[in-house]
Design a binder for this molecule. Structure first.
Ligand SMILES: NC(=O)c1ccc[n+]([C@@H]2O[C@H](COP(=O)([O-])OP(=O)(O)OC[C@H]3O[C@@H](n4cnc5c(N)ncnc54)[C@H](OP(=O)(O)O)[C@@H]3O)[C@@H](O)[C@H]2O)c1
Length: 293
């Protein structure tokens, strides 16, 4: 069954001239365990990706570091030549080591090579959006973004990238990047239980910049809270759907990229995000990530 983009929960948000459905899809879960190597079931991964487009979703988030290469190659196998409406957002700034770690790779040559690798594995001449991933696996770390971000902007000026953003960034790094060149999005960890970017989200909304939470469902440790389960039970829904609906209603600049390797979960997440939350639901959920008074 095909669904049109305009009928998806939350409608669309523009990244520059690109119309992104606010319900998107995060492709990281398609690679093998630990985001290394191929998935156990390649056909299922391809079916999930084709399901994304059939649902009318126009935003896929990926990185050449997933697999590495594997996730981008699956996207290419499943969807190339890409529909005009589909926009693939990728990232540079980390590589993979032999233990499956994510060491930073933000030297000028690393950034140039990573953009080239993403172009090749995705089979594109121009990347729609590239995020510079900062910090490390433990989260954002202070420090100037100037050298790697200026390198990314140089590649944008050469026509290899349409739009740029930053990821895993502090508010100061977002401000520094914005002082160098316009950004269209910030991709940071945020969900019902991790509200550290509340102020940043509001500031970006006022500036017309998208905020794209990674780990919207809790990532490798699924969101768990009795308040969340109580709201889900009351609505006859699931904690995952409630968590996504809360994000969609939290701010108009929030774009969802829930990750799943399952076509069933893909559909549940896409439509579940459209739940309407009452004021009482909202008040109960709002307490989850707030520090105790
Ligand atoms: N910028 C960064 O540094 C960064 C870091 C991490 C992730 N990301 C991006 O953010 C995206 C989202 O993050 P994520 O995938 O790590 O975490 P997530 O979306 O918070 O959660 C994914 C997990 O939830 C499960 N899940 C999804 N839908 C479900 C449902 N309806 N019912 C039950 N379980 C469900 C998935 O398992 P199943 O596969 O079994 O559904 C998977 O284990 C990634 O795909 C990636 O594109 C970016």
């Amino acid at each position: 069954m095909s669904t049109s983009s305009s009928s998806l929960p939350g409608g669309t948000w523009p990244l520059g001239e690109l119309a992104m459905t606010r319900v998107g899809y995060g492709a990281m879960q398609l690679a093998g365990p630990g985001v290394m190597g191929p998935p156990a079931d390649v056909d299922a991964a391809i079916e999930t990706l084709r399901g994304v487009v059939e649902l009318g979703i126009t935003h896929i988030d990926t990185a050449d570091a997933y697999g590495p290469r594997i996730t981008n190659e699956l996207i290419r196998t499943a969807l190339h030549p890409y529909p005009k409406s589909l926009h693939i957002v990728t990232k540079v700034g980390a590589r993979r080591d032999e233990h499956g770690g994510w060491p930073p790779a933000r030297g000028q040559e690393d950034v140039r090579r990573a953009v080239q690798d993403n172009l090749e594995t995705l089979g594109l001449d121009v990347l729609d959006v590239v995020n510079l991933r900062l910090g490390d696996a433990t989260g954002p770390q202070d420090g100037s973004v100037a050298e790697p971000f200026e390198t990314l902007v140089e590649l944008q000026q050469r026509g290899l990238i349409r739009h740029v953003g930053v990821s895993n960034a502090t508010a100061e790094q977002v401000a520094e990047a914005r002082s160098i060149a316009p950004i269209v999005c910030v991709q940071n960890m945020y969900n019902l239980a991790h509200r550290q970017d509340d102020e940043l989200i509001d500031e970006l909304a006022a500036a017309g910049i998208a905020y794209v939470p990674f780990f919207p469902l809790g990532g490798f440790s699924p969101l768990q809270s009795s308040a969340l389960s109580a709201v889900a039970d009351r609505l006859g829904s699931t904690p995952m759907s409630v968590g996504l609906a809360w994000l969609l209603q939290r701010s108009p600049n929030i774009l969802l990229i829930p990750g799943t390797s399952s076509s069933t979960h893909l559909r549940e997440n896409t439509f579940g995000a459209g739940l309407t939350l009452s004021d009482d639901d909202w008040a109960a959920l709002d307490q989850i990530g707030r520090p105790a008074q």
